[in-house]
Structure formats: structure tokens, C-alpha cells
Design a protein around this ligand. Structure first.
Ligand SMILES: CC(=O)SCCNC(=O)CCNC(=O)[C@H](O)C(C)(C)COP(=O)(O)OP(=O)(O)OC[C@H]1O[C@@H](n2cnc3c(N)ncnc32)[C@H](O)[C@@H]1OP(=O)(O)O
Ligand SMILES: N[C@@H](CCO)C(=O)O
Length: 351
């Protein structure tokens, strides 16, 4: 791909990166080869300092113009007319990258339950392979929410002075027992599905519906549903919130698969920037770039204190807060506040 093509590619291009070099994983296992589906839009400038790398969350794909439409795209904050914008689907996810349903190179059959557990550090390492493949010596900004923020933080640590800004939204430096607990209940729901364990692409699909319903409660806030799912007084059964959660479960199960969900939820649980690095504060202090850590006041999953903690221990940290009734998912919704916070951050740093 000629990143400095004279043709400004405002249109998003989709590509697959095939990496034939084995990827050693934190577990000690090795992924012999892998592919990453990714999108790019815009053009690398002459100084090569306008790369924006967008990181998706748990069930995201490589198309931020879809799930972050208020932030990425023509005339949006991250406008391809000004930036070279890239987004890659993570290892383990089912949107074009190597995942449990991918064929193993040694047998030609799907990995299924033999797919190796991944950590956020492994995912960051796989993205760095793509960076090197594209010849991107430096990145202006890595930005992501939730799992995307966790991977962004791991990558900020290893990129060091090759990265200018890390923007971590509704995320953490180390998975809390609370988050691991929520993910464990979701895996229990998948395990309770009698099809789980079978070698079939839809294994665990019904359990995934329940897992998503549990997840949706953690991604929102009681206020969210008071506003959108309240009832008149005569209702005694068949409540709106019940049908909403069942609907969201079906909606996700129809676009995702339980094996990918399992692998990525384990990656979220594995997240600990300080592992092998003298603990979280020491690791945060060694991040070279500027870090903007954004919390959501009603986020009950990734709390504001966890976002404040990141800003407090990194060398060049700023903390900002979104006020929202939406809870954790506010990072996908509160575009006006996000725009204001991002604009102030870049202006404060003369960018
Ligand atoms: C950064 C990332 O990687 S994100 C990962 C990828 N995620 C996605 O692609 C999804 C991102 N989008 C979302 O999560 C949500 O749409 C948000 C957070 C952006 C917006 O949330 P909300 O405005 O509350 O809409 P939400 O999606 O929760 O619910 C609306 C849907 O539920 C349906 N619904 C609402 N109430 C009910 C109910 N009582 N019963 C049944 N269905 C209901 C609506 O009809 C609507 O259906 P549709 O999605 O088919 O149009
Ligand atoms: N609701 C978003 C964020 C979860 O962390 C998703 O589905 O990935």
C-alpha cells in the first residue's frame, strides 16, 4: 500500500495484513501466523506525523465510521482530509482477523477451543506488526475506549517515543475483580449452553445472548433505563427492559460468535500494564507520550477512579470526565463532550 499516494483516499479502504512471522504470546504459546483485517482513510502527510490509530472495544470491528460515526469521518473530529486514520480488528475477534473459527495452518481445520488465550499485551504486539508492515515510524494518536483503551495503554508503553498521544477512554491500567467478575458471569452463561464445547461456528450462541444481556447492564446505568425502559403503573410482567435485553442479546449473537467473545473477555481480564514491569504505577510512569484519560461519571464497569489513576501515574497525564446518563457506553454516544475534550487537549498541547 502506498501510504503517500498523491490520491487522497477520503474513501475508507479495507485490507488484510498477512503476518507469516510467528507471534509469541504471554502464555508461552506461539501463534504460527495470523492475519489482521484493517481499514485506512486519508493520507500520510510529508512529516508522517498525522497517523490516528483507532482502537475498537469488545464487539467492535475495523470500521470506526460505523460505531464511532460522530468522531471519525468526513467533517468529523478525526477527518481523513487532515489525518491518516487506521483501525484494525483485533486478533481473536470475528471481523476478518485470525480468530477461533479460523483454520489452523498445521491442520487446515478451525482452532475452535484450541485457540490460544490472548492478553491485551499480545493484541498490542500484533498491531505493532501491522505498524511495521505499513512503515509507520511514528503515530500521532492512539485512541480507544473500554478494551480499546486497555490495548491502547499497552501499546503506548511499548511504542515509547514513537507515539505522541494516547487517549484512553472509560478504561483501566489493570482489570479490576469487578470487571473480571462480570466477564466470568458472561462466560458462565455461555458455558451453560449445551452446544458449548461442540465444534460448530454457532456453539454457545444462546448462551452468548444471555452473556450480552448481562454485559448490557454493566455498559449502562440505572438512569439509562429509567429514561428509556420505564413502564406505566399497570404493568406487572413482560417489562420493556426484559424485551430490550433479550433483543440486544439476539442482536449481538447474530453478528458475533461465542468463541471470539470468550477469547476477548479473557483478554480484558488479563489486562495489567504492570505485569513483569514492577507494578502498575511504575509501568504507567514509564509511558513516554502524553496521556489523556477520560472517565464517565456514571460508568459502573470502568470507574472514573480507574481513569483518574491512569492520569495520576503517567508522566504527562490529563484527566477529563464525561457527564452522562449512559454509563460506560457513553464513550460511544456523548460525541459533543468528547469533541470538546479532545479539541481542548490538542489545543493545550499545540497540536
Ligand atoms: C468502540 C466499539 O468497538 S463499540 C463495539 C461495537 N459496538 C457496536 O457496533 C454497537 C455500538 N452501538 C451501541 O452500543 C448502541 O447502539 C449505542 C450505545 C451507540 C446507542 O445506544 P442506545 O441509543 O441506547 O440504543 P441501543 O442500541 O441501546 O438500543 C436501541 C435498539 O434497541 C431496541 N429497543 C429499545 N427498547 C427496546 C425494548 N424495550 N424492547 C426491544 N427492543 C428495544 C431499539 O428498537 C433499537 O433497535 P435497533 O438497534 O435494531 O435499531
Ligand atoms: N458496548 C461496547 C463496549 C463494551 O465495552 C461493545 O459492545 O463493545
Amino acid at each position: 500500500m502506498n501510504l503517500q499516494s498523491p490520491h487522497l483516499t477520503i474513501e475508507m479502504t479495507r485490507d488484510i495484513f498477512y503476518c507469516k512471522e510467528a507471534l509469541p504470546l504471554e502464555s508461552g504459546e506461539i501463534l504460527p501466523e495470523f492475519q489482521l483485517s484493517y481499514t485506512t482513510q486519508g493520507q500520510l502527510n510529508a512529516e508522517k506525523d498525522n497517523v490516528i490509530w483507532i482502537m475498537h472495544a469488545l464487539t467492535g470491528d475495523a470500521n470506526p465510521q460505523e460505531w464511532w460515526s460522530g468522531l471519525v469521518g468526513e467533517d468529523k473530529f478525526y477527518d481523513p482530509a487532515n489525518y491518516f486514520i487506521i483501525c484494525a480488528n483485533y486478533l481473536g475477534s470475528c471481523y476478518g482477523s485470525t480468530q477461533p473459527l479460523s483454520s489452523r495452518p498445521d491442520t487446515g481445520k478451525p482452532y475452535y477451543y484450541d485457540f490460544p488465550n490472548l492478553t491485551t499485551r499480545d493484541i498490542a504486539a500484533s498491531l505493532d506488526r501491522l505498524r511495521l508492515h505499513l512503515g509507520l515510524e511514528k503515530i500521532n494518536t492512539v485512541i480507544g475506549g473500554s478494551l480499546g483503551g486497555q490495548v491502547a495503554l499497552e501499546w503506548a508503553y511499548s511504542l515509547q517515543n514513537r507515539l505522541q498521544n494516547a487517549i484512553i477512554i472509560a478504561s483501566n491500567a489493570k482489570a479490576s475483580p469487578w470487571i473480571i467478575g462480570f466477564n466470568e458471569t458472561q462466560r458462565m452463561a455461555i458455558e451453560s449452553d449445551e452446544t458449548w464445547g461442540k465444534e460448530h461456528p454457532d456453539a454457545g450462541k444462546k448462551g452468548l445472548e444471555t452473556a450480552r444481556a448481562i454485559g448490557m447492564l454493566s455498559y449502562r446505568h440505572p438512569q439509562t433505563f429509567v429514561q428509556s425502559q420505564s413502564e406505566t403503573e399497570e404493568k406487572t410482567d413482560n417489562f420493556k427492559i426484559s424485551s430490550y435485553l433479550r433483543y440486544q442479546g439476539q442482536k449481538l449473537a447474530n453478528r458475533f460468535n461465542a468463541l471470539s467473545y470468550w477469547i476477548l473477555s479473557k483478554a480484558m481480564d488479563s489486562h495489567d500494564l504492570g505485569r513483569g514491569r514492577g507494578g502498575t504505577p511504575n509501568a504507567l510512569a514509564r509511558i513516554h507520550c502524553r496521556v489523556l484519560s477520560i472517565g464517565v461519571d456514571t460508568d459502573v464497569l470502568f470507574t472514573c477512579d480507574e481513569s483518574r489513576y491512569i492520569a495520576r501515574y503517567v508522566a504527562k497525564g490529563t484527566y477529563r470526565e464525561i457527564k452522562s446518563a449512559y454509563g460506560h457506553d457513553a464513550f460511544l454516544i456523548e460525541y459533543e463532550q468528547l469533541h470538546y475534550i479532545l479539541q481542548s487537549f490538542y489545543l493545550e498541547n499545540n497540536q
